[in-house]
Design a binder for this molecule. Structure first.
Ligand code: IMP
Length: 180
């Protein structure tokens, strides 16, 4: 049983049960599409690690996993548009079937940058699996081949997503109360 809602969390947007159900469906879809292949799953740190961990345990195809870390300059809840890689892949992506496993797409700038960087490295294919999509603030169009949930333009935490490194451990996705 999850504990009480932290006071900073206004309400639960996606319950633990709904997340589990949707992650299983995404895993089934990915397993079908990648039959006979061994995709390299690439998760940007840190937010995507919970989703990735749950997702891979439902896959029916063998996978490899690697991580990148992207930093964007500017305020903590808003992407400024300037992105760089601060931790690169440890596996060569050339000739591999790459699947980016992302926690949330907001403006699309971060993901767009990662897609561009990976495309330059001659993968066999490149697709994206995102748990959450906030399309309202999109500045860069990105294709999401696998998508968990489309959500309104509100700041969410939990299930790996943080605000100032807090709330990642919450088993649900909740809306953060914004003061001011
Ligand atoms: P984008 O470049 O604007 O698409 O931002 C994507 C990144 O911003 C995500 O990978 C998250 O790290 C962060 N982010 C955007 N919206 C949220 C949110 O609602 N909660 C937590 N992190 C968010």
């Amino acid at each position: 049983m999850p504990g009480p809602l932290p006071p900073e969390v206004e309400k639960i947007l996606i319950s633990q049960q709904a997340l589990a159900r949707r992650v299983k469906q995404l895993a089934a879809q990915i397993s079908r599409d990648y039959q006979g292949l061994r995709p390299l799953l690439i998760a940007p740190l840190k937010g995507a690690f919970v989703f990735l961990a749950d997702l891979i345990r439902h896959l029916k195809v063998p996978v490899e996993v690697d991580f990148v870390r992207l930093a964007s300059y500017g305020a903590s809840t808003q992407s400024s548009g300037q992105v760089r890689i601060t931790k690169d892949l440890e596996t060569s992506p050339a000739g591999r079937h790459l699947l980016i496993v992302e926690d949330i797409v907001d403006t699309g700038v971060t993901l767009g940058y990662l897609i561009d960087a990976l495309r330059q490295r001659s993968p066999a294919s490149l697709k994206v699996c995102a748990l959450l999509d906030k399309p309202q603030r999109r500045r860069r169009q990105v294709g999401l081949e696998y998508l968990g949930f489309t959500i309104p333009d509100q700041f969410v935490v939990g299930y790996g997503l943080d605000f100032g490194e807090k709330y990642r451990e919450l088993p649900f996705v909740g809306i953060l109360r914004r003061e001011g």
